[in-house]
Design a protein around this ligand. Sequence first.
Ligand SMILES: O=c1[nH]c(=O)c2nc[nH]c2[nH]1
Ligand SMILES: [Zn+2]
Length: 444
Amino acid sequence: MTLYRAAVMDTPRDPLVEGPDALRADADAGLLVRDGVVAARGPFAAVAAAHPEEEVVDLRAGVLLPGFVDTHVHYPQVRIIGGLGMPLLDWLTSCALPEEARLADAAHARAVAREFVDGLVRAGTTTALVFGSHFPGATDAVFAAAEAVGLRMTAGLVVGDRFLPEPLLTTPDAALAHGRALLEKWHGRGRLRYAVTPRFSLSTSDAMLEACAELLAAREDVWFTSHLNENPTEIEEVRRLFPGAGHYLDSYHQHGLVTARSVLAHNVHPTAHELEVLAGTGAAVAHCPTSNCSLGSGLFPLAAHLDAGVRVALGSDVGAGSGFCLLKEGLQAYFVQRLLGPHGVDLGPAALLHLATRAGALALGLSDQVGDLAVGKQFDAVWVRPQPGTTLDVVLRHGADAPDALAKIFTLGTPSDIAVVWVAGRTVSGPSAPVPPPLPLEAA
Ligand SMILES: O=c1[nH]c(=O)c2nc[nH]c2[nH]1
Ligand SMILES: [Zn+2]
C-alpha cells in the first residue's frame, strides 16, 4: 500500500449542473492506495494516523488530479498533427488518409502505436476511446501497445467501403470477420474493450452499417463510435447519400447503432431532433475543440446539448486536434464558449476538470471505476508539477485558491508539466515508469 499526500482536486459531482461548488478540493489530502484502488481518503493527518505503517509519498509540490479521459482520438494520425489550413474533407484527402494508408506496413504501424500510446500517457490521459486503423494488423498493434503500457483503452477497427483511398476500403463481410476476430481477442482483456468503428456515414454504405450492427450485437458490452455533423459540406453529402435518413444521426440510428454505449464525435451542427435522439438514447458526444477550430468546423453548441440533456465529454481528435493534452482541449472549449457570447456556456475551472475527467468516464460507462479519486475508484491520476521557474510554477505559487490554481493549470499546463501519471496505481509515465522495449524498426 502507498499513502499519497497531496493537494487533490476532482469533480465527483457535475459542476455544469451543480455549479462551481461541485469542485472537491482538498489542500492536504491523504489517499491510501491498495492494489491500484483508492482504499481510504481524508485529511492527510487522519489517514496517516489510521495507517501509521504505510509508506508516504509526498506530492505537495504539485497538484493531484484524476487521469484524463479522451473520448475521441485517432491512433494512425500522430505523425500528421499540425496539418493546418484545410477544411475537413480536404484535410482528410490530402493529410489524414494518405498517412493512414501507411499503416499497411506492420513495422510502421507498431512504431506509430507506441508513439501514440506514449503521447497519450505523457499528456496525462489514462483512459481513451480510440479510432484504430483500417488495417486489422495495425489495430491489433495499438491494442498490444496499450496493454504493454497499461492504458485503459476502448478501440476498434475503422471500416469504410466508399470515399476512401483504395487501400483503406473493405467490404461488409471482411469488416465483420476482422472486427469479430479483434473483438474476441481484445474485448474484456485487462483494461481493453472493443468499439465498433465505422469511419463516418460518408464512407460507409447501409450494408456496411448493417455489418457494424451485427458486430455490435455480438456482445452486449461492446461500444460504438463514429463521427457526426462535423462540417456543412460533409453533412450535405451525407444527406445526399442517405435519402431515406431524416438527418445525419439517423444514418446510424436506422441501424440501431445509437445507444447508451455510443460516442459520436463533433456534432457541431446538430438539429433539434438529433439532440432529442441523442438524449433519449443516452448516447454521448465527444466535443473536440482544437480540431473544430483547426478545421474551421464551427463553434460547438454546448448549451443546446446540455439543455437537451445530451452527455458531453472532451476529445483531442488527434491528428486534426492540436495535441494529446486535454488541458489544452479544456482551454479551447472555454475559448469557444466565450466566443459564442450570450449563447456560450460559462465554463469555469471546475467544469473544465469535469469535462476532462468524470464526464469522459460517464460517456464511456466507466464512472464506477475512474473519473474521480473517491474511495473505491482506481488510482488513475496525474501529478501536475511544473518545473521550478516555469510560468505555470510562478503563477501557481501566486494563486489565490483551488479554483484559481485549476484555472491556471488549464491555461498554462502542457504535457511537460505532468510529472507522473498512474493507471490503476502503477506509474505509466514519469521517472519510475518502466522503460519501453526498443522499437522493432529492424523488421521494416
Ligand atoms: O476530424 C475528423 N477526423 C477524421 O479522421 C475523420 N474521418 C471522418 N471524419 C473525420 N473527422
Ligand atoms: Zn475524429
